[in-house]
Design a protein around this ligand. Sequence first.
Ligand code: MLT
Length: 275
Amino acid sequence: MRQTGNNINITVNKISVSYNDEGLNEAPVIIFIHGFPLNKSMWNKQVKALKDNYRVIAYDIRGHGKTEVGTLAFSIDLFVKDLLGFMDALKIEKTIICGLSMGGYIALNAIENHPERFTGLILSDTNCTADTAEAKEKRMNTIESVKENGVEKLANDLLPNLFAPESFKTSSEEIVAVKEMIVNTSKESLYKSLNALANRKETCSKLAEIKVPVLILVGKEDKITPPEAAKAMHEKIDIALLSIIDQAGHLSNLENPEGFNSQLKKFVDTIYQQK
Ligand code: MLT
């Protein structure tokens, strides 16, 4: 029997995973995967926009939000195993998947290795490359900085890169909410996630094998995964649409929800009308 609502718990790979499950029964499913170090609540406006026509699910990745951290070392492969275990536990055979940044790394890895489980892919503010040596070093320095200076400093350092400058005037509620998500992430999870991000493998070489429709969204002012990264992925995928979201940085779904949602809805509707 399906449970609906917010902060539902289910055991997957020996940890308790927290998720929101809203919308119609027996409807096509869309699963949302958040970025680092955030949680499922970042998708609230997208869930609201789709729930009248679809079954819409957002879950907390291992160690984020209300999902347990567990004992294993984190990796994108483990996050994918959790995603598939989560889908199995909810008896979801196929879904559209939407991931932002780290969520996009997970979605790309999942679709390239388990294509039979997905009917469409939305990549938001993400890329397919692995970390450079410099980026890896930066992540290790971030771990040291959190040990020394705490999580509040991490949040203050991350915010100017997550949001476009203009958003500091127009999206103050979102900025407060994102800061809270960051400071509420445990240090253990931050260290483990930074290691997972640093050690992730590239997924660019398998983009051409993706055979489902893909929508790529990116904030015009995204400094972390800029429009160039989105364009590079767009060129390599067979059936892909690219949309650059105005008035947005890395968190385009939060900074310009109207622009983001109109592309998202159009894409999802098109996939399901074609069936
Ligand atoms: C994210 O938003 O998930 C992170 O910025 C990803 C990253 O640092 O590579």
